[in-house]
Design a protein around this ligand. Sequence first.
Ligand code: MOS
Length: 734
Amino acid sequence: MRFEHPATFNPIDQLKVIGHPTNRIDGPLKTTGTAPYAYERHDVVPNQAYGYVVGSGIGKGEIAAIDLAAANAAPGVLAIVTAGNAGKLGKGERNVAPLLGGPEIAHYHQALAVVVAETFEQARAAAQLVRIDYARVDGKFDLAAERHRAGTPNPQIGGPADTAVGDFIAAFAAAPLQLDAHYTTPDQGHAMMEPHASIAAWDRDKLTVWTSNQMIAWGVEDMAKTLGIPRENIRLVSPYVGGGFGGKLFLRADVLLAALGARAAGRPVKVALQRPLMFNNTTHRPATIQRIRIGAERDGTITAIGHESWSGNVSGGEPEMAVSQTRLLYAGAHRMTATRLAALDLPEGNAMRAPGEASGMMALEIAIDELADKLGIDPVALRIKNDTQVDPEHPERHFSQRQLVRCLNDGAARFGWSRRNPKPGQVRDGRWLIGMGVAAAFRNNLVTKSAARVRLDGQGMVTVETDMTDIGTGSYTIIAQTVAEMMGIPLEKVAVRLGDSDFPVSCGSGGQWGGNNSTAGVYAACVKLRETITQKLGFNSEEAVFADGLVRSGNRSVPLAQAAGEGELVAEDAIEYGDLAKTYQQSTFGAHFVEVGVDADTAEISVRRMLAVCAAGRILNPKAARSQVIGAMTMGVGAALMEDLVVDKRHGLFINHDLAAYEVPVHADIPHQDMVFLDETDPISSPMKAKGVAELGICGVAAAVANAVQNATGVRVREYPITLDKLLYALQVD
Ligand code: MOS
């Protein structure tokens, strides 16, 4: 089905099932610990052996010599695979550095070997006996030092590297009020709960991998290229994913090493990337240095806005598109954005929750707060004054929906923003200095093809199959809701099967596109199933009504269970998109409000209250969507106050590469969160009229925290994370 015109009334709009805060249908499996995650699938294939990964001990250079003798002789060892004996390997188009390195080494903890043994303990013990001598060469590991050699990258998914409208330089120079500031964001790790893990089994030349991956079809394609075998010979199965955040978008070393280990050992092999290996072995959100210049009239009208961003990556890697949102968020006649990429020898930087906007909003939304300070205008009012209903770089393009102003106004009223004292350092609660901060939230909405298959059986059950994944987001539930709504049956009559490359190719989980696109694909398949049913019954498909487990037309009505007859009725289709995504700018919006306390003596920062108001099209399941947003808000607090992959600039690695040293928020850090969705539908986005929320929720949070800290203390920290040492020296206490 091609979606080319704004959606009109369709069965989804009945909202009998869609739009309800349904509990997760996979909830019982999750809460009883019985949802089978990749590493736990002891039952899928017998005789599983264990692989343990050996990662590079240097950041750049070569293997001078590798001695496997002691490891090979260790108890239980079945095979050791290195680049030296793996045979010829290709590279998937989405992997920048080879997943199995050697002799050349691209980055620290790049996998150099997998040791396969009867037990995990034997594999781990033998891995310590692999002896590698390195020829180390100097690498470039310091973004600040390399920034001045950074170049202009090719256009990325986030658009061109540079944009310009009007005469930014002249307009900025002429502006009565000017802000010119630099901000930095650090490298960050996904740190999802479930590590990357795979079980691989060969049946002659056919490979099956039970794994944990967000994008099944991408994984199959890249695995086929890497192994040099046809993609029909590969099956990836990933029904449950314990978090991804972008770290599981692409094929990773566990999949490849399990497959190579299984081939070498002649039996199934399971591999999990051990947690201390993950941060350097896989991808991360790259650090940025950003410069923002804004010129304004005294009444707050922005006349010039410029945003430049520098990030680094390995050769072939992409820049962090931290300027994306600045092209769209605020009005201003004269504008420029620029993206620069420096060559670094750190592990590959890549997508992490809201790649681009999350980092960019951390800077832009402090800059707007600083401008409000200079102007003496309330930061909510300043944002409202500079709202735009069209793409400021291409004014002929309207936003399909844009309710940023309402998010800000509603949020301010609910949060008690009027109680904020604009003068910093004035409000105290005992030893705590209290402050409030605000930031806008913004993230684009992407549409992409997504397919599904639906089967109606003789019991009136509808089974839906798609390779869509559920990475903790609620895909199972919203897909079941979509089928129930379309077919007029209760949720209990729907079975959802996900995450298997045997099923039709979906949009997968990424870029907050999963919810809208995967359900739209299921919608398309259900439209086809409805046609198949009405045709079979000789009903007029225009008039037929699917409700209460029946299909009715005129005075005839037939239970769905009977419609299938003896066998099964099967329909498969995909949603595909026409030009609406080009004609309109599709984005999601929100406003974040945060109250913090800062200890006047120790500078300890405590987040006291958070509120988000979001406008993101139809909310398919308010409970699941709320969970996404409050999770994202929590991650935003991590970005503001804790998360920092610290670069060892001599040896070229992230030194705090485990969960003891890479800190993320825990329950005690997040005392009170609230969030509200505006009642909105977006007929431009898809027949579902929905958009995404999971990345919107993180965008702007860190800046709202930073702005609250400034309001509490008068100290403006422009280098994330805002750790207490950065406050302590500057804190002026009576
Ligand atoms: Mo997302 S960072 O595209 O999983």
